[in-house]
Design a protein around this ligand. Sequence first.
Ligand code: GDP
Ligand code: IMO
Ligand code: MG
Length: 427
Amino acid sequence: MSTLAIQGCQWGDEGKGKITDYCASKADVVVRSQGGNNAGHSIVHQGQRYALRLLPSGIFNPRVVNVLSDGVVINPWGLLEEIDGVKKAGVTSFQLLISNRAQIVMPYDVDLDHARELALGNAKIGTTGRGIGPTYEDMASRTGIRMGDLLEPHYLKERLHEVLFIKNKELEAFGAKTYEEDELYAKLLALVPLLGDYIQDTSSFLSKCLGEKKKILFEGAQGAMLDIIHGTYPYVTSSSPLSNAIPFYCGIPVNSVENTLGIVKAYTTRVGAGPFPSEILDVDKAHIIREKGHEYGTVTKRPRRIGWIDCAELRYVKSLTGVHDVALMLLDVLGDLDEIKICNGYVLDGVSIDTMPSTVEAVGRLEAKYLSLPSWKGDISSVKRYEDLPPEAKNYIATIENLTGFHIVMVSVGPDKEETIIRKEVF
Ligand code: GDP
Ligand code: IMO
Ligand code: MG
């Protein structure tokens, strides 16, 4: 298999970073196709934990070319901080390419993100506050500034003049501070000596790699239920985290993604507002899982909401993406419980349904139907072979496979690369 997409199958934070890092040792190229520094991918590299936001998870491997493609929204100042962070950690030789078509998250986009959330009051989305939504709005409303513009100072100046007029009007409407054109222009120009060498046409780079049969890993960000169209709208992010969208965001043919590996947490988490049918409302029970799984946002440090695995939601994601092979993550976390529940369908207004309603109002009214399984009551983090898992753990895995039609090809039993059980190599 020479191309593989990593697909988050829940509401993000499924453990995509760990699996991308695991697969990156076999990759020539690792690509982020969408999202921005709203993502937070934790990786344990040589015993040390790193939180990557924009940098692809292949950054620790000097042979890998890491690509931030056309569909990614880039906060260049955040990116520079991240590059500094990995350099300080001793990673000096890395390869990075930034698309000339990638949108820049401008300082006013971050301000507008905060201003909008404030204006929404109780209906706020609970965004990461990184300006992601406003930047994708800039792209769609054709008022964005792109990384390639930095390399053409005269055009950049004209462009900034045009768009800042509109953006300042929006900022004024929210009572937020406005921006001075010359100052912002100088701030953007100062990026050129720092980032200019990384900027290029990544779409043609990737086409060339595809032609040469290079091994390309597409690192997903966010999760399917945060998809701008098919997720729990409007409590979603502003791009499509579905593997279906990778060719579009990267500027490559539709058949470029040969296989998709779904990443599924052994339970479910959600950070931010919005409906969550299998949420565990018992605060003490949720607390046990949250603490054992360190379920606090990588980017915002917010405590993540905790729920049981939801096979109805996973079947929906299977129908959206066609994902078949799956890595089941954080299974070790469930070892301390007496009972583990699995949501396997919903009741809406007294009627059983197995589809995802389109409004969050209806998703919020869903009652989850559960099966209950016994836990294995023990530490499985040192288990290396599937056969050596306790029977209750194998039963849990087989039940999820039966209810979803997924084939669980990897089982993760700890944050380290070594704490991974491989049933089938997919890359
Ligand atoms: P991502 O956004 O999908 O990359 O996931 P995050 O990095 O935000 O969250 C996953 C968290 O789980 C990180 O803290 C990982 O280090 C951790 N993790 C990944 N796999 C496992 C596992 O199998 N067991 C445990 N206990 N932690 C894991
Ligand atoms: P990774 O890649 C979890 C959520 C936010 C909020 C909603 C919109 O680490 O899995 P945004 O800032 O994107 O406009 O926020 O989306 N969100 C994530 N939740 N993991 C992520 O990324 C997320 N990226 C965005 O919490 O609910
Ligand atoms: Mg994350």
